[in-house]
Design a binder for this molecule. Structure first.
Ligand code: ADP
Ligand code: MG
Length: 212
């Protein structure tokens, strides 16, 4: 896959996280320790910075995404750092592997690998009120649309809508993973911050692939 739209995706994500940092912090203040917005901004600011450098080692789309994952792991911190970081690493590795023919099917397979890496690392199940509740439906929606032949931009739009819906659906859930789970029933009634930031990542993907 051409690395240009992937660069655009990462830049757009950094912008969106910047804009929405306070909302992410508010969500994490309600059911966590209030650092999620700052964590994500620190991570994606570091990614935006390395994108500006001319790094010969990041030539392919996959290499860029693996480098993004490494950067996020070393800068975000918290529970979400390793989870987001490993998801981007898995994406990158899968994207450079030879496999499905078209870009949309390749990206669908890579997003499924990223979803699985979040699940493996965090051991969350659907309904546990985590980022997985946004990532899972988004990866699935992308794959369904790509399989139907809708193409990259429409598949990304479908994924963004599913991620948004998945994030909103975490509001009535009781957290069973991560810091929010310590609150028990008091975690009900607030959207999960990691699910909200996952929705931003997919909104950025739709924007970047639309612009292509
Ligand atoms: P911390 O909880 O360490 O302060 P953050 O505030 O940056 O880290 O991130 C919190 C988010 O991480 C949660 O909203 C949730 O989406 C995600 N998260 C935490 N634990 C898990 C897990 N086991 N599996 C999936 N996601 C998780
Ligand atoms: Mg936190």
């Amino acid at each position: 896959m051409d690395p240009a739209p992937i660069r655009e995706w990462l830049r757009t994500t950094a912008q969106l996280i910047d804009q929405e940092k306070d909302r992410l912090t508010e969500l994490d203040s309600a059911i966590g320790d209030g650092d999620h917005g700052v964590n994500m901004q620190r991570g994606f600011t570091a990614v935006a910075r390395f994108l500006q450098e001319d790094r010969p080692q990041d030539e392919t789309a996959g290499q860029l995404l693996v480098a993004t994952g490494d950067t996020l792991i070393s800068t975000i911190g918290g529970a979400s750092g390793p989870l987001f970081g490993s998801s981007f690493r898995a994406l990158g590795k899968a994207l450079d592997r030879s496999g499905p023919e078209s870009d949309d099917r390749r990206l669908a397979a890579a997003l499924a690998a990223a979803r699985d890496s979040i699940q493996r690392l965090g051991a969350a199940r659907p309904g546990d009120k985590t980022m997985y509740d946004a990532y899972g439906p988004a990866a699935d929606a992308f794959a369904r649309a790509a399989e139907a032949g809708d193409g990259l931009a429409a598949s990304a739009r479908a994924a963004a809508a599913a991620a948004d819906e998945g994030a909103r659906a975490t509001e009535p859930m009781q957290a069973r993973r991560g810091r929010a789970s310590y609150l028990g029933l008091r975690s009900v009634g607030h959207q999960d911050p990691g699910a909200a930031s996952t929705a931003l990542v997919f909104r950025a993907l739709a924007t970047a692939l639309e612009a292509k």
